[in-house]
Every structure is written in structure tokens, then in C-alpha cells.
Design a protein around this ligand. Structure first.
Ligand code: ADP
Ligand code: MG
Length: 225
């Protein structure tokens, strides 16, 4: 699905990431950890073509991002659902409209239908809030709306950047449960988080690999977190 081969990335100074190789196989579940500032968000951006590597190769669905046009990248993005760290919404649109925005923008609104949307909102437990405006939502509701928006296009891969950043433990577990369910439906999942307790909780349910960024490199973390 997504492959990084000896990738480096720099924002202009020295390398932030170096010699990073990673293969997200179909149906796999990965966590990405590392201290704040280690480059987790940067690595996710490399995985969906938002950033280009300064060395090495990134392949999205078998194609080198450097060889892809902007349209090619945009098309690949339809197969990659991203839950952004700051989960921004358009405050003048309802939650339901925000969630379906990717469909509206890509002109696929008609084919998807309202049933799909209400089913999705029901799945994340936000049916009652469908008409609410984003400023009226709690942190946990926003995170679940962001997850719904990331999956509305029916992506093959879901990349989540600190999806449990601003929510309590119970809501973290609930979000994790949703991501585990998506994985059971066959989706490939990569979650950046620094919450080791959450990783431990998830590992009881799913065969997840834990990757850690340390000293600019990506390491496979051992069994004892
Ligand atoms: P993490 O998600 O692990 O906290 P980030 O990938 O967000 O780490 O950032 C890693 C480092 O890169 C930080 O020091 C950050 O300040 C820097 N950085 C992130 N984005 C940019 C950017 N657009 N320009 C310059 N530096 C950046
Ligand atoms: Mg980050």
C-alpha cells in the first residue's frame, strides 16, 4: 500500500528523519511512537504525499511519489484517510456536512447517498449531533467526527495523527476500538501516538507492530513497551 525506502526528510536544516524504511502491507496495523518533535507527523505526511522525501523513495500503491503528478497524488489520497492532529472543521457547516465534505469536494456525493452517511455517524456514535456545528462539539465528538470524515471515501489505508490527543481515557479506548474495527474490515492502519497505555490496550485486541522514532531513525519496538 505505502512503502518508504531509505527515506530521509529535512525541513531545511539537518535531517529530521534518516534511513527510514517502512512497508504498510494490506490489512496491517502499526503504531508510531516517539517523543514530541521526533518527526511522527512528518513521517505521516511522507506517507500520504503531503511532503516529499529529501532522499530515498516513497511509493503510494506501487508508484513513486516523485513520478506522480498532483492529480495522481490527489487520486491516491482518495484511498488514504487521514485523521489530522488538529482535526479542523468548517465551523459554519454542520457535523454531517463536514463529515461528507470529502465526497462533496470530489463530486462523489450522489453515488454515496444519505444512508451511508447516517450509518457512518451511527457507527461513531454521533447520530444525535449530525446537525450540530463544530464549535458545539466536545473534544471526543470532534475526534470521532474526524475519524468519520477520514473513512467516508472508503479508503484502503487510515493514517491517524494522535487521534486520542485531547480526550479522556475512556474516549481514547472507544476511538481505538473504532480503529480496531476498521482493521478487522481489512483496512490498513497507522496510528501516531505517544500514549503507551493505549498501545498496550490495543495490543490485547490486534496484532499491531510498534515503530519508534529515535535518533532520527525508525526502530521496531520490542515486546516490552
Ligand atoms: P512530532 O509529530 O513527532 O511531534 P513533527 O513531525 O511535528 O514531530 O516535527 C518534528 C520537528 O520538525 C519539530 O522540531 C518541528 O518543529 C519541525 N517541523 C515540523 N514541521 C515543520 C515545518 N513545516 N517547517 C520547519 N520545521 C518543521
Ligand atoms: Mg505530531
Amino acid at each position: 500500500m505505502i512503502e518508504l525506502d531509505k527515506v530521509a526528510h529535512s525541513y531545511g536544516g539537518g535531517d529530521l528523519l534518516t534511513d527510514v524504511s517502512l512497508r504498510l502491507a494490506p490489512g496491517s496495523f502499526h503504531f508510531l511512537t516517539g517523543p514530541s518533535g521526533a518527526g511522527k507527523s512528518t513521517l505521516l505526511k511522507l506517507c500520504y504525499g503531503e511532503l516529499l522525501p529529501s532522499a530515498g523513495q516513497v511509493r503510494l500503491f506501487g508508484r513513486d511519489v516523485r513520478q506522480m503528478t498532483r492529480d495522481d497524488v490527489a487520486r491516491s489520497r482518495q484511498r488514504i484517510g487521514v485523521v489530522h492532529q488538529d482535526c479542523q472543521f468548517l465551523d459554519h457547516l454542520s457535523l454531517a456536512e463536514n463529515v461528507s465534505l470529502p465526497l462533496t469536494v470530489s463530486g462523489r456525493e450522489a453515488e454515496a447517498g444519505d444512508d451511508n452517511l447516517s450509518e457512518l455517524l451511527n457507527w461513531v456514535g454521533l447520530s444525535r449531533q449530525a446537525d450540530a456545528l463544530p464549535p458545539q462539539l466536545s473534544g471526543g465528538e470532534r475526534q470521532r467526527a474526524a475519524l468519520a470524515r477520514a473513512v467516508i471515501m472508503g479508503p484502503d489505508v487510515i493514517l491517524a495523527d494522535e487521534p486520542t490527543g485531547n480526550v479522556d481515557w475512556e474516549m481514547s479506548l472507544r476511538l481505538m476500538q473504532l480503529l480496531v474495527e476498521l482493521n478487522r474490515m481489512g483496512k490498513t492502519i497507522l496510528i501516531a501516538t505517544h500514549d503507551l497505555n493505549l498501545i498496550r490496550a490495543a495490543k490485547a485486541q490486534v496484532a499491531a507492530r510498534v515503530l519508534r522514532i529515535k535518533d532520527r531513525r525508525l526502530h521496531l519496538a520490542g515486546a516490552n513497551l
